[in-house]
Design a protein around this ligand. Structure first.
Ligand code: AMP
Length: 420
């Protein structure tokens, strides 16, 4: 062990667990690739103001959880705490909304940083796969994104994910609702921080998990009763399309989410097997965000799915992913001539698309066969001077133990055929 360990709230991804992690990441992205979303990658850090304006001055993410730094040149930067603001910034900077069709559909995958109190499923460095559809207001687009996320969960074999759905209204109906909610909340017995929140972002008080607060929220005015006609129709449109697609959902009036930019559709995917950090993903519509960061009006919708927590959800359900083994063929040379011949064979196998590995380090037969078994390979190719003299290698099926000589010149073809 070195004298260093990974910083608090972080963990290393190492084999064999890392194989499940990358498979989950790929599976979350796969439905997007098939639905017209293009890959976007943005820097790991941005100007602090992008997040303070974009995510919201009153959010925990901005006030408490951002990792910020000042460069030697005096520029204030923040490690990205989430993806949406950066992706929209990149799309605007590249003028994607002018040169291409609307909506601009983008997907991304990366690591995000929040200075949170670490616990099971909550880390300071975590991974998300995200999708944003920028520049269109259409219930079918909201439904598309939700369906694609549900499809990703289904493809992984997850069965315990619940979709919570709500509408937060828009610039027309939310102000009156906000005022009604503030009037109600001001009459409650709340601590100083929560009272301050009433004035900045009262909707987030509805999301308070403390029993002492929840008890007092009975009878609070709810957005659903204040939605304007167009928001109501929009929300019904999304719900209809989800029903039609056979994607079950649960209406959740209290779902407001921790970011300020959401309007209309908001949703969260939660999993029952994860304890208090139950959200495996979430998102919604953010019609005002582009203008908040200095762009034109571009109504948009997106989501981010947590890779770490999806891995935990699979574990909680006992779902083992069907992962291909890293190695199909493991070569074990006995002697110097065999080393050269088998190393060449391994290179040829790899060029032919066969996953192959080699017993490095000149260890004895016993240790090399142990390495072959550990590698998960289906076949070991063993050869000594006598075999090579006869122009053959021994191909051993590591599951059955059966072994037979195969001509060295035909070994690549034979192994490819056996591996299908
Ligand atoms: P958010 O950007 O907060 O909407 O988060 C989207 C998803 O990312 C959540 O549903 C989680 O699955 C995941 N996530 C957010 N924060 C963390 C964290 N600190 N640790 C692990 N996963 C997280």
């Amino acid at each position: 062990m070195s004298s260093f360990t990974a910083p608090k709230g972080t963990y290393d991804l190492i084999p064999p667990d890392s194989a499940a992690f990358t498979a989950v990441r790929d599976a979350l992205a796969a439905p997007l690739r098939g639905a017209g979303y293009g890959y976007v990658e943005t820097p790991g850090f941005e100007h602090v103001e992008l997040f303070s304006r974009g995510v919201g001055e009153s959010t925990d993410i901005v006030t408490k959880e951002m990792y910020t730094l000042t460069t030697k040149g005096g520029t204030r930067l923040a490690l990205r705490p989430e993806g949406t603001a950066s992706v929209l910034r990149a799309a605007l900077q590249a003028n994607l909304h002018r040169v291409g069709n609307l909506p601009v559909k983008l997907w991304y995958s990366g690591t995000y940083y929040r200075y949170e109190r670490p616990q099971a499923g909550r880390y300071r460095h975590f991974s998300q796969v995200g999708a944003e559809a920028i520049g269109a207001e259409d219930p079918a687009l909201d439904a598309e994104l939700i369906i694609l996320a549900a499809e990703a969960h289904r493809s992984l074999g997850l069965t315990g994910v619940t979709l919570l759905l709500n509408s937060l209204g828009d610039a027309e109906c939310r102000p009156a609702y906000r005022a009604a909610l503030q009037a109600f909340l001001r009459g409650l017995d709340l601590d100083e921080d929560t009272r301050a929140r009433i004035e900045i972002n009262p909707l987030r008080v509805l999301d308070d998990k403390r029993e002492s607060v929840r008890r007092q929220l009975t009878g609070a005015p709810m957005m659903r009763d204040h939605l304007c006609e167009s928001c109501k129709a929009y929300h019904e449109g999304v719900r209809d399309l989800l029903r039609e697609a056979g994607v079950p959902f649960t209406d959740d009036d209290r779902l407001v989410r921790g970011l300020d930019y959401y309007t209309r559709t908001t949703f969260e995917f939660v999993h029952g097997g994860l304890g208090s950090q139950s959200a495996v993903g979430g998102g919604g519509r953010y019609d005002g965000l582009s203008e908040m960061i200095g762009g034109p009006r571009l109504p948009s919708v997106g989501w981010a799915l947590g890779v770490d927590r999806t891995v935990l959800a699979l574990r909680a359900e006992g779902v083992a992913l069907d992962l291909p083994s890293a190695t199909d063929v493991f070569a074990v040379p006995l002697g110097e001539d065999a080393r050269r011949a088998l190393f060449t064979l391994v290179t040829e196998l790899r060029r032919a698309g066969v996953r192959a590995d080699f017993a490095y380090g000149g260890r004895g037969l016993k240790a090399a066969m142990k390495a072959a078994n550990r590698s998960g390979a289906r076949y070991a190719v063993v050869a000594g001077d006598r075999d090579l003299g006869e122009g053959v290698v021994q191909v051993k099926d590591l599951a059955s133990g059966e072994q037979a000589p195969v001509a060295l010149t035909g070994a690549v073809g034979e192994l490819r055929q056996r591996l299908g």
